[in-house]
Design a protein around this ligand. Sequence first.
Ligand SMILES: [Zn+2]
Length: 409
Amino acid sequence: MSQPQDALGLDAGAVDLLKLLADRTPRTRAEIAQLTGASRSTVFNRINALRRAGLVVGVGEGSSTGGRPSTRFALNDRARTVGAMQIGRRHCTVAVADLGSGILARERFDIRLSDGPEIVLDRASEELERLIRELPAEYGPVSVITVGVSSPIDPTTGLIFNVSPMPNWSSFALEPWLRARFAVDILIDNDATLMAIGEHAAHYPSAEDLVFVTVSNGIGVGLILRGSAYSGAHGLAGDIGHLPVRRPDADVPCNCGNTGCLVAVASSDAIFSELRSRGVQVENAQDLFALVRDGDVTTAHVLRRAGRDLGDVLTSCVTLLNPSVLVVGGFLAFAGDHLMAGIREVLFARSIPHITDSLTIAKTQTEREASITGAAIHGALWTLRQENITRLLATAPVVAAREALTAVR
Ligand SMILES: [Zn+2]
């Protein structure tokens, strides 16, 4: 007896088949029949319906025990797309990605957070809408938009904490504003958390526990614990910028009212002002990279010391959490190896050997794209979650993928 079908001609079994393929592992019809318990002819019909809907594609030839090789089928990465926004302190990046987390288009532009959320979000939305509009026709509609901000987010209210880089954003509800504009689900998270999610999924998928520290004009940590992102009870886990540095001469005033905070001695602004006080001309990241390239001794010394200060605080982090991977990102990680050397120096000197013996310490492999890549990966993973798969069907129109129109063998 046939099951009821929806507007796409998909019965509940076809949806279950789509859920099976959401792990992005290509499978033959025979494998699918075995895994779902459906007959081969039923699987044949369901695959055809999913191909017509553009949700599944044939990918290469499966191995066969003699005779004709059998086609494998996989979820179509182009069936839906993901929007991503990274609202930094001075720049915003928007991007569109497919469900395989491949970035299809991106745009980066300067912003002033002091202009307030509506002006910044309006510009970011315009740019993202343009990228979506310009996508080739074989890409499906946007299923979700992920937004990264340089501040903790309270998971219960969805509001940005009232912190120094975004003071006039704290009462603004980003999620409803963006949902009204795009009419899709909106995910908002701290950028360090998104970087951790992206780095973990792309480069350390088997690591259960990963710490990602981002060091630029802010300093923050994103956490993957037992394979999942962890933000704490109120979204503040990993907000390490105002932890104290033990160095006696680190009594630099911080905008939080304390002195000797990590962000006050090891952020890019702190490093620039320390270099200028020592007579080194530096205004921005490009100047810093040039000084490092030219082998400027003062710059090397200041970066190494900032690395030691980071290592000081990170020693507590790794001792508390015992991660298997510590990733360092943010643009300061790429100003030569001085910062990394300082971090390693203190981590190895101050941690018990059991902690560091099994700890991989590395720079991010996505360089300055870590936050937008992480946002895209987070959106794709969210879309492919079992509980969200049926939303793929809800976000019509149906995409007639070119492959799906070819004759089915
Ligand atoms: Zn502080």
